[in-house]
Write a protein that binds this ligand. Structure first.
Ligand code: PHE
Length: 335
Protein backbone atom coordinates (compact mmCIF):
# COMPACT_ATOMS: atom_id res chain seq x y z
CA UNK A 1 0.00 0.00 0.00
CA UNK A 2 1.26 3.45 -0.84
CA UNK A 3 1.40 6.43 1.44
CA UNK A 4 -1.71 7.92 -0.14
CA UNK A 5 -3.79 4.88 0.81
CA UNK A 6 -2.23 4.73 4.23
CA UNK A 7 -3.16 8.34 4.90
CA UNK A 8 -6.73 7.72 3.75
CA UNK A 9 -6.92 4.66 6.01
CA UNK A 10 -5.58 6.66 8.93
CA UNK A 11 -8.27 9.28 8.42
CA UNK A 12 -11.10 6.76 8.03
CA UNK A 13 -10.13 4.39 10.79
CA UNK A 14 -8.99 7.08 13.21
CA UNK A 15 -12.15 9.14 12.94
CA UNK A 16 -14.25 5.94 13.18
CA UNK A 17 -12.42 4.77 16.31
CA UNK A 18 -12.82 8.10 18.08
CA UNK A 19 -16.46 8.33 17.10
CA UNK A 20 -17.08 4.84 18.48
CA UNK A 21 -15.44 5.50 21.86
CA UNK A 22 -18.06 5.54 24.61
CA UNK A 23 -15.79 5.50 27.64
CA UNK A 24 -12.66 7.36 28.71
CA UNK A 25 -10.74 4.09 28.61
CA UNK A 26 -11.79 3.38 25.04
CA UNK A 27 -10.89 6.92 24.02
CA UNK A 28 -7.46 6.59 25.57
CA UNK A 29 -6.84 3.25 23.85
CA UNK A 30 -7.72 4.80 20.51
CA UNK A 31 -5.60 7.86 21.22
CA UNK A 32 -2.58 5.67 21.91
CA UNK A 33 -3.18 3.62 18.75
CA UNK A 34 -3.58 6.56 16.39
CA UNK A 35 -1.95 9.60 18.00
CA UNK A 36 0.46 8.04 20.52
CA UNK A 37 4.27 8.18 20.37
CA UNK A 38 4.31 4.82 18.59
CA UNK A 39 0.94 5.32 16.94
CA UNK A 40 -0.01 5.17 13.28
CA UNK A 41 0.16 8.90 12.70
CA UNK A 42 3.77 9.00 13.89
CA UNK A 43 4.63 6.07 11.59
CA UNK A 44 3.22 7.84 8.57
CA UNK A 45 4.92 11.12 9.50
CA UNK A 46 8.19 9.20 9.60
CA UNK A 47 7.51 7.59 6.23
CA UNK A 48 6.74 11.04 4.85
CA UNK A 49 10.02 12.39 6.22
CA UNK A 50 11.93 9.76 4.26
CA UNK A 51 10.39 10.79 0.91
CA UNK A 52 12.48 12.63 -1.70
CA UNK A 53 11.80 16.39 -2.00
CA UNK A 54 9.36 16.43 -4.95
CA UNK A 55 7.15 13.79 -3.38
CA UNK A 56 7.14 15.73 -0.11
CA UNK A 57 5.45 18.57 -1.96
CA UNK A 58 2.79 16.19 -3.19
CA UNK A 59 2.13 14.40 0.09
CA UNK A 60 2.56 17.30 2.51
CA UNK A 61 -1.00 18.62 2.16
CA UNK A 62 -2.43 15.08 2.31
CA UNK A 63 -0.56 14.37 5.53
CA UNK A 64 -1.81 17.62 7.04
CA UNK A 65 -5.41 16.89 6.06
CA UNK A 66 -5.25 13.46 7.64
CA UNK A 67 -3.71 14.84 10.82
CA UNK A 68 -6.35 17.55 11.10
CA UNK A 69 -9.20 15.13 10.52
CA UNK A 70 -7.98 12.69 13.13
CA UNK A 71 -7.25 15.42 15.67
CA UNK A 72 -10.71 16.90 15.19
CA UNK A 73 -12.33 13.49 15.66
CA UNK A 74 -10.35 13.05 18.86
CA UNK A 75 -11.30 16.50 20.21
CA UNK A 76 -14.95 15.88 19.39
CA UNK A 77 -14.96 12.53 21.17
CA UNK A 78 -13.26 14.06 24.18
CA UNK A 79 -15.81 16.85 24.45
CA UNK A 80 -18.65 14.38 23.99
CA UNK A 81 -17.42 12.12 26.79
CA UNK A 82 -16.84 15.04 29.13
CA UNK A 83 -20.47 16.04 28.63
CA UNK A 84 -21.66 12.50 29.24
CA UNK A 85 -19.75 12.42 32.48
CA UNK A 86 -21.07 15.76 33.64
CA UNK A 87 -24.63 14.64 32.88
CA UNK A 88 -24.30 11.25 34.57
CA UNK A 89 -26.75 11.05 37.42
CA UNK A 90 -25.13 10.49 40.81
CA UNK A 91 -26.56 7.49 42.62
CA UNK A 92 -26.25 8.34 46.27
CA UNK A 93 -27.34 4.86 47.28
CA UNK A 94 -24.31 3.14 45.71
CA UNK A 95 -21.91 1.76 48.30
CA UNK A 96 -18.64 3.68 48.51
CA UNK A 97 -15.31 2.07 47.73
CA UNK A 98 -14.65 -0.61 50.32
CA UNK A 99 -12.11 0.40 52.90
CA UNK A 100 -10.24 -2.31 54.70
CA UNK A 101 -10.01 -1.54 58.34
CA UNK A 102 -6.67 -2.29 59.93
CA UNK A 103 -6.39 -4.00 63.27
CA UNK A 104 -3.89 -4.40 66.04
CA UNK A 105 -1.53 -7.33 66.00
CA UNK A 106 -2.93 -10.11 68.24
CA UNK A 107 -0.01 -9.67 70.63
CA UNK A 108 -0.68 -5.93 70.87
CA UNK A 109 -4.36 -6.59 71.53
CA UNK A 110 -3.62 -8.90 74.42
CA UNK A 111 -0.84 -6.58 75.69
CA UNK A 112 -3.41 -3.85 76.09
CA UNK A 113 -5.78 -6.20 77.86
CA UNK A 114 -2.99 -7.22 80.22
CA UNK A 115 -2.27 -3.60 81.03
CA UNK A 116 -5.97 -3.03 81.66
CA UNK A 117 -6.35 -6.03 83.93
CA UNK A 118 -3.35 -4.96 85.99
CA UNK A 119 -4.11 -1.28 86.19
CA UNK A 120 -7.56 -2.27 87.46
CA UNK A 121 -5.74 -4.12 90.27
CA UNK A 122 -3.76 -1.02 91.16
CA UNK A 123 -0.59 -1.77 89.20
CA UNK A 124 1.48 0.90 87.48
CA UNK A 125 2.99 0.29 84.07
CA UNK A 126 6.79 0.24 83.95
CA UNK A 127 9.17 0.00 81.01
CA UNK A 128 12.82 -0.41 80.17
CA UNK A 129 15.16 -0.52 77.15
CA UNK A 130 15.58 -3.48 74.81
CA UNK A 131 19.34 -2.90 74.72
CA UNK A 132 20.30 -3.54 78.28
CA UNK A 133 23.33 -3.62 80.53
CA UNK A 134 24.59 -6.91 81.87
CA UNK A 135 24.14 -5.38 85.31
CA UNK A 136 20.38 -4.95 85.03
CA UNK A 137 19.68 -8.10 83.04
CA UNK A 138 21.87 -10.37 85.19
CA UNK A 139 23.99 -9.09 88.09
CA UNK A 140 21.33 -7.30 90.07
CA UNK A 141 19.02 -10.26 89.60
CA UNK A 142 21.40 -12.51 91.47
CA UNK A 143 22.44 -14.27 88.27
CA UNK A 144 26.10 -15.19 88.83
CA UNK A 145 28.73 -14.80 86.14
CA UNK A 146 28.91 -18.54 85.50
CA UNK A 147 25.15 -18.99 85.10
CA UNK A 148 24.23 -20.64 81.81
CA UNK A 149 21.77 -17.85 81.01
CA UNK A 150 24.78 -15.62 80.40
CA UNK A 151 26.16 -18.01 77.88
CA UNK A 152 26.84 -16.66 74.42
CA UNK A 153 24.59 -19.43 73.23
CA UNK A 154 21.55 -17.90 74.86
CA UNK A 155 22.01 -14.16 74.66
CA UNK A 156 22.54 -11.66 71.85
CA UNK A 157 25.59 -9.67 72.89
CA UNK A 158 26.40 -6.42 71.14
CA UNK A 159 29.94 -5.36 70.32
CA UNK A 160 29.54 -2.56 72.86
CA UNK A 161 29.29 -5.14 75.66
CA UNK A 162 25.58 -4.50 76.05
CA UNK A 163 23.01 -7.15 75.25
CA UNK A 164 19.44 -7.54 74.08
CA UNK A 165 17.49 -8.13 77.27
CA UNK A 166 16.64 -11.77 77.72
CA UNK A 167 13.72 -11.11 80.04
CA UNK A 168 11.58 -8.27 81.35
CA UNK A 169 12.95 -9.03 84.83
CA UNK A 170 15.65 -6.52 83.84
CA UNK A 171 13.02 -3.84 84.47
CA UNK A 172 12.84 -4.97 88.11
CA UNK A 173 16.50 -4.01 88.45
CA UNK A 174 15.78 -0.59 87.02
CA UNK A 175 12.67 0.13 89.07
CA UNK A 176 13.79 -0.91 92.57
CA UNK A 177 16.36 1.86 93.13
CA UNK A 178 13.81 4.47 92.10
CA UNK A 179 10.84 3.62 94.31
CA UNK A 180 10.19 2.62 97.86
CA UNK A 181 7.53 0.01 98.75
CA UNK A 182 4.68 -0.50 98.66
CA UNK A 183 4.35 -0.70 94.88
CA UNK A 184 2.88 -2.89 92.16
CA UNK A 185 4.31 -2.75 88.66
CA UNK A 186 3.60 -4.45 85.39
CA UNK A 187 5.81 -4.51 82.30
CA UNK A 188 4.89 -5.68 78.82
CA UNK A 189 7.75 -5.78 76.37
CA UNK A 190 9.89 -7.60 73.87
CA UNK A 191 12.69 -9.90 74.91
CA UNK A 192 15.34 -11.67 72.85
CA UNK A 193 17.01 -15.05 73.04
CA UNK A 194 19.47 -16.69 70.75
CA UNK A 195 17.32 -19.72 70.13
CA UNK A 196 16.65 -22.12 67.33
CA UNK A 197 13.23 -21.12 66.03
CA UNK A 198 10.56 -23.80 65.95
CA UNK A 199 6.80 -24.06 66.49
CA UNK A 200 7.08 -23.14 70.16
CA UNK A 201 10.24 -20.97 70.29
CA UNK A 202 11.07 -17.68 68.65
CA UNK A 203 14.16 -15.55 69.12
CA UNK A 204 12.00 -12.49 69.78
CA UNK A 205 8.93 -12.63 71.93
CA UNK A 206 6.90 -10.61 74.37
CA UNK A 207 6.88 -10.99 78.12
CA UNK A 208 4.60 -9.74 80.81
CA UNK A 209 6.34 -9.16 84.10
CA UNK A 210 4.54 -8.28 87.28
CA UNK A 211 6.16 -7.47 90.60
CA UNK A 212 4.73 -6.38 93.89
CA UNK A 213 6.64 -5.33 96.99
CA UNK A 214 4.95 -4.58 100.28
CA UNK A 215 4.88 -5.83 103.85
CA UNK A 216 3.27 -9.24 104.40
CA UNK A 217 3.20 -10.36 100.78
CA UNK A 218 2.91 -14.14 100.44
CA UNK A 219 2.74 -16.86 97.81
CA UNK A 220 -1.04 -16.81 98.26
CA UNK A 221 -1.11 -13.29 96.80
CA UNK A 222 0.98 -14.50 93.92
CA UNK A 223 -1.30 -17.44 93.17
CA UNK A 224 -4.41 -15.29 93.46
CA UNK A 225 -2.96 -12.71 91.08
CA UNK A 226 -2.01 -15.31 88.49
CA UNK A 227 -5.47 -16.89 88.65
CA UNK A 228 -7.16 -13.51 88.26
CA UNK A 229 -4.93 -12.61 85.33
CA UNK A 230 -5.39 -15.87 83.45
CA UNK A 231 -9.14 -16.00 83.95
CA UNK A 232 -9.47 -12.46 82.60
CA UNK A 233 -7.14 -12.97 79.67
CA UNK A 234 -8.10 -16.42 78.49
CA UNK A 235 -11.81 -15.63 78.80
CA UNK A 236 -12.58 -19.24 79.57
CA UNK A 237 -14.10 -20.99 82.53
CA UNK A 238 -11.96 -24.11 82.26
CA UNK A 239 -8.51 -22.75 83.13
CA UNK A 240 -6.64 -25.00 85.53
CA UNK A 241 -3.40 -23.73 87.07
CA UNK A 242 -0.60 -25.76 88.64
CA UNK A 243 2.54 -24.56 90.42
CA UNK A 244 5.70 -26.65 90.32
CA UNK A 245 8.79 -25.78 92.36
CA UNK A 246 11.45 -24.45 90.05
CA UNK A 247 14.64 -22.44 90.10
CA UNK A 248 15.23 -18.85 89.02
CA UNK A 249 18.16 -17.08 90.72
CA UNK A 250 16.09 -13.98 91.43
CA UNK A 251 13.28 -15.67 93.37
CA UNK A 252 13.09 -17.90 96.41
CA UNK A 253 11.03 -20.00 96.43
CA UNK A 254 10.53 -20.16 92.67
CA UNK A 255 7.81 -21.86 90.68
CA UNK A 256 6.87 -22.79 87.18
CA UNK A 257 3.21 -22.26 86.37
CA UNK A 258 1.49 -24.73 84.09
CA UNK A 259 -1.94 -24.25 82.62
CA UNK A 260 -4.43 -26.63 81.11
CA UNK A 261 -7.84 -26.06 79.56
CA UNK A 262 -10.06 -28.82 80.87
CA UNK A 263 -12.68 -28.39 78.16
CA UNK A 264 -10.22 -28.21 75.27
CA UNK A 265 -10.51 -30.73 72.45
CA UNK A 266 -8.61 -33.82 73.68
CA UNK A 267 -6.57 -33.70 70.49
CA UNK A 268 -5.47 -30.15 71.25
CA UNK A 269 -2.11 -29.33 72.80
CA UNK A 270 -3.95 -27.36 75.47
CA UNK A 271 -5.83 -30.30 76.89
CA UNK A 272 -2.46 -31.21 78.44
CA UNK A 273 -0.35 -29.07 80.80
CA UNK A 274 1.38 -26.18 79.03
CA UNK A 275 4.27 -24.47 80.73
CA UNK A 276 3.28 -20.82 80.78
CA UNK A 277 5.37 -18.81 83.16
CA UNK A 278 7.87 -18.50 85.95
CA UNK A 279 7.27 -16.84 89.28
CA UNK A 280 8.28 -16.72 92.89
CA UNK A 281 9.02 -14.58 95.91
CA UNK A 282 11.61 -11.93 95.10
CA UNK A 283 15.02 -13.01 96.36
CA UNK A 284 16.32 -10.94 99.31
CA UNK A 285 19.57 -10.37 97.40
CA UNK A 286 17.61 -8.77 94.56
CA UNK A 287 15.79 -6.44 96.94
CA UNK A 288 19.06 -5.53 98.63
CA UNK A 289 20.73 -4.83 95.28
CA UNK A 290 17.82 -2.51 94.54
CA UNK A 291 18.10 -0.62 97.82
CA UNK A 292 15.05 -2.23 99.46
CA UNK A 293 15.35 -3.69 102.95
CA UNK A 294 14.40 -7.39 102.76
CA UNK A 295 13.85 -7.58 106.51
CA UNK A 296 10.97 -5.13 106.20
CA UNK A 297 9.55 -5.94 102.78
CA UNK A 298 8.78 -8.95 100.64
CA UNK A 299 7.34 -9.31 97.23
CA UNK A 300 6.48 -11.62 94.41
CA UNK A 301 7.37 -11.49 90.75
CA UNK A 302 6.22 -13.40 87.72
CA UNK A 303 7.09 -13.42 84.05
CA UNK A 304 5.12 -14.98 81.25
CA UNK A 305 5.43 -15.31 77.52
CA UNK A 306 2.65 -13.37 75.90
CA UNK A 307 2.73 -15.37 72.69
CA UNK A 308 2.12 -18.59 74.61
CA UNK A 309 -0.89 -16.96 76.18
CA UNK A 310 -2.26 -15.74 72.86
CA UNK A 311 -1.70 -19.21 71.40
CA UNK A 312 -3.62 -20.73 74.27
CA UNK A 313 -6.43 -18.26 73.84
CA UNK A 314 -6.83 -18.67 70.09
CA UNK A 315 -5.74 -22.30 69.74
CA UNK A 316 -2.73 -21.28 67.64
CA UNK A 317 -0.20 -24.08 67.42
CA UNK A 318 2.75 -22.33 65.77
CA UNK A 319 4.45 -19.33 67.38
CA UNK A 320 5.98 -18.30 64.03
CA UNK A 321 2.61 -16.88 62.99
CA UNK A 322 3.29 -13.78 65.08
CA UNK A 323 6.41 -12.61 63.30
CA UNK A 324 5.63 -14.29 59.99
CA UNK A 325 4.13 -11.07 58.63
CA UNK A 326 1.57 -13.13 56.73
CA UNK A 327 -1.43 -10.84 56.78
CA UNK A 328 -3.77 -13.70 55.95
CA UNK A 329 -3.01 -15.17 59.37
CA UNK A 330 -2.92 -11.92 61.27
CA UNK A 331 -6.15 -10.53 59.80
CA UNK A 332 -8.08 -13.33 61.43
CA UNK A 333 -7.51 -11.58 64.73
CA UNK A 334 -8.96 -8.27 63.58
CA UNK A 335 -11.07 -6.54 66.15
N1 PHE B 1 12.46 -13.94 83.92
C1 PHE B 1 12.03 -15.30 83.92
C2 PHE B 1 12.17 -15.85 82.50
O1 PHE B 1 12.28 -15.10 81.58
C3 PHE B 1 10.60 -15.45 84.34
C4 PHE B 1 10.40 -15.06 85.78
C5 PHE B 1 10.05 -13.78 86.10
C6 PHE B 1 10.57 -15.99 86.79
C7 PHE B 1 9.84 -13.43 87.43
C8 PHE B 1 10.37 -15.66 88.09
C9 PHE B 1 10.00 -14.38 88.42
O2 PHE B 1 12.19 -17.06 82.29
Amino acid sequence: MGLREDLAALTDEGTAAFAAATTQDALETARIAFLGTNGREKDLTKAFGALPGPEKREFGPLLNQAKTAVKEAFDAAKARLADVEADAPIDLTLPGPARRQGSLHPVSQVSREVEEVFTSMGYEIADGPHIELDEFNFSRLNIPADHPARDHQDTFWLSTGKLLRTHTSAVQSRVYPKVQPPFRKVVVGKVFRYEAVDATHDNTFTQVEGFVVDTDITVAHLVGTIRTMLTALLKRDDVEVRLRPSFFPFVEPGFEVDVRLTKADPASRFSRWVELMGCGMIHPEVLTAGGIDPTRFQGFAFGLGMERLVMLRHGITDIRVFHGADLRSLRQFGN
